[in-house]
Design a protein. Structure first.
Length: 143
């Protein structure tokens, strides 16, 4: 009977070690893949890699801007919300005119660097308006 218990303990110990080792190897592989994916944007190999990286940055900038927009909208009264929406729609039109073009023969083009920089500038503007709302009160005339 004692031998079975010892055999069972040894088996469980070995299984735990194997599972731990497997999880460690799996974790290292995931970390390695993420590191390669992130570092590849530091030195893109071709235009498509560069486009992929620029797109990731623009998506993050757009996400940040939308978060600040929503946060600001919560502080505004009805007139302020209307002014914010009107200003945002005007900004979108301006960004589109500055950062994209459509050509019937060549297709539709977006300058992602322009779109990203414009979006970051807009986010800063919205953050300034939010800071004003929190500190001195919302000023709808600035929206």
């Amino acid at each position: 009977m004692l031998e079975k218990k010892e055999y069972w303990r040894a088996t469980m110990y070995l299984m735990n070690r194997i599972i731990t080792l497997a999880l460690l190897v799996f974790s290292i592989q995931i970390i390695g893949v993420r590191a390669v994916a992130q570092s590849s944007c530091d030195h893109p190999k071709n235009d498509f890699d560069g486009l992929y990286c620029l797109n990731k940055v623009w998506i993050e900038a757009d996400k940040n801007m939308n978060e600040v927009y929503k946060k600001l909208a919560l502080k505004l009264d009805t007139n302020g919300k209307a002014a914010l929406k009107k200003g945002q729609l005007s900004w979108i039109s301006s960004r589109n005119n500055a950062c994209s073009k459509a050509d019937p023969k060549e297709g539709f083009f977006v300058n992602l660097e322009c779109a990203t920089n414009t979006t970051i500038e807009r986010t800063k503007f919205l953050e300034d308006r939010y800071r004003e709302c929190v500190s001195a009160g919302c000023m709808n005339s600035k929206l």
